[in-house]
Design a protein around this ligand. Structure first.
Ligand code: GLC
Length: 542
């Protein structure tokens, strides 16, 4: 494994839902030994960091994002020894492991909350946020709009209301209490000592509440997060913190601090705009959001993605854009959830191979470290009949055998049924077939990852829009240490003729995809034609 301290700046992340990945003991749930068995698959794909979704003890009211014991692994997933082995086996293959760290809240089943609600004098009472009325912090929005009507819930035992930004079964911790902050550091220490490479820190904007504010991104919250970073830098250099802050870029910027807070932050607002640009065959919204994206401090990096385990969030768009996205991408109300769309990448992109490839080339052309959501590399479908976000968390489709090779349990024992309906059913979409087919989506992803990793200008190079008037074309250059990459994408179904002037390049470019792209090339001038949804990556070294 590379010892490069800035490894995360030019990496490829892969988000795994352990429950959905591979079941090693036929109980119907994916598990850690199962994930270990599939590490060679991930190595072959080329990813070099796995984000493992929550595996801690939990009553599963929010699929593990409601933790009842931070130091215990849920029995169906295995145990701490399995987790230790996962780290070792992943590291042996050059793959890092980061896990979800849910700082903002616990499950209501957590012993801290149970003690807090039962006894006003318990030291744990002050681990949570209580009030006699529901009037406090009324400027804070409700996030799970479809299920919650208030951020306060009444607790019979405590005879008070408690504060929660997500489900009522997820009481928020009180970060004004130093004991809470220390408890979180102790939990992080436990996992870091085991050898993990960092945390995806869940829901970080909401740690602190203050009257008269929207209770997001407060300076006190940043101060706490900086304490966490100091702790990591002092004891675990090279490990990273990735912020889940679903905010505008200028607000996420604050989470990088002065290179003294998070190493990485998700770029939420760019994601819906990739979908907009593709459907409209118009780059404008993408240009706009990248213009709104300030430079980030040295040693930091964005994390970019098209899909993840949650709904495709439409929080960082205007009301008009949200309505448009819903009309276009979620015509059936069952496809909508909260302020988003609960569908997977392939169905969103009409299962159109050219469109799926173009979307991912576009994502991989932008600054940041991209994340692939499990199953999207083979174009898995979703099941909108399942509750909440479960429809995008169905079993990984390994082959055409029973249960898609995910588990040898009886089908009624599976945590969720495998997708069987065409065109996303296991007969058509599965790893085994795609490994054998050089033209499969899997093999496309493999190549995409390989090229991207070999050319760091994609992740950290300066981005410039080249002068092309047609909005259906994305033409950008990415420059880093004497290397210029030129990216030409045709978002539309029409053929496009391009005449471009690329500044400061000499010599003929190399076509990174297949060396067959025909163009007239003369002294930084390119004349060429792009067919429908064609993507071209050129590299100049002189
Ligand atoms: C994050 C997670 C989401 C979870 C929520 C509450 O947004 O991505 O899945 O429901 O936090 O923990």
């Amino acid at each position: 494994m590379t010892t490069e301290p800035l490894w995360y700046q030019n990496a490829i992340f892969y988000e795994v839902n352990v429950r959905a990945f591979y079941d090693s003991n036929a109980d119907g749930h994916g598990d850690l030994p199962g994930l270990i068995e599939k590490l060679d698959y991930l190595k072959d794909l080329g990813v070099n960091c796995i984000w493992v979704m929550p595996i801690y003890d939990s009553p599963l009211r929010d699929d593990g994002y409601d933790i009842s014991d931070f130091l215990k692994i849920q029995a169906v997933f295995g145990n701490v020894q399995d987790f230790r082995r996962l780290i070792e086996e992943a590291h042996a293959r050059g793959i890092r492991i980061i896990t979800d760290m849910i700082m903002n809240h616990t499950s209501d089943q957590h012993p801290w909350f149970q003690a807090a609600r039962s006894d006003p004098n318990s030291p744990y009472r002050d681990f949570y946020v209580w009030s006699d009325t529901r009037e406090k912090y009324s400027d804070a929005r409700i996030i799970f709009l479809d299920t919650e009507e208030s951020n306060w819930s009444w607790d019979e035992k405590a005879q008070q209301y408690y504060w929660h930004r997500f489900y009522a079964s997820q009481p928020d911790l009180n970060y004004d209490n130093p004991a809470v902050r220390q408890a979180m550091l102790d939990i992080m220490k436990f996992w870091l000592d085991m050898g993990i490479d960092g945390f995806r820190a869940d829901a970080v904007p909401y740690l602190i509440e203050r009257e008269g504010t929207n209770c997001e991104n407060l300076p006190e919250t940043h101060a706490i997060l900086k304490e966490v970073r100091t702790f990591i830098d002092k004891n675990y250099p090279g490990r990273i913190l990735l912020a889940e802050a679903n905010q505008w870029p200028k607000d996420v910027l604050e989470y990088f601090g002065n290179s003294d807070e998070f190493h990485m932050g998700f770029h939420f607002p760019v994601m819906p705009r990739i979908f907009m640009a593709l459907r409209k065959a118009d780059r404008s919204s993408l240009v706009w959001i990248l213009e709104q994206t300030p430079p980030i401090p040295k040693n930091c990096q964005w994390c970019t993605f098209l899909r993840n385990h949650d709904e495709l969030t439409l929080e960082m768009v205007t009301e008009e854009e949200r309505q448009w996205m819903w009309q276009q991408y979620a015509p059936d109300p069952r496809m909508r959830l909260n302020l988003g769309i609960r569908r997977r990448q392939a169905p969103l992109l009409e299962n159109d191979p050219a469109l799926i490839r173009l979307a991912n080339v576009l994502l991989f052309s932008l600054p940041g470290t991209p994340i692939i959501y499990y199953g999207d590399e083979i174009g898995m479908g979703d099941n909108i009949w399942l509750f909440d976000r479960n429809g995008v968390r169905t079993p990984m489709q390994w082959d055409k055998t029973a249960n898609a090779g995910f588990s040898s349990a009886a089908p009624d024992k599976l945590y969720a049924s495998v997708i069987e309906q065409d065109p996303y059913g296991l007969q058509i979409v599965n790893v085994e077939d795609q490994l054998a087919d050089p033209n499969s989506l899997f093999n496309f992803f493999k190549r995409l990852i390989e090229i991207r990793k070999a050319n760091p200008a994609f992740s950290i190079g300066n981005l410039t829009w080249l002068d092309v008037t047609d909005p259906g074309v994305v033409a950008i250059s990415r420059v880093y240490e004497g290397q210029t990459l030129v990216i030409l994408l045709n978002l539309s179904l029409d053929t496009k003729n391009l005449h471009l002037q690329i500044p400061n390049v000499y010599g003929a470019p190399l076509d990174l995809w297949n060396n067959q792209f025909r163009m007239d090339w003369n002294d930084g001038k390119i004349d060429c034609q792009l067919t429908a949804r064609q993507y071209i990556w050129l590299k100049f070294t002189g």
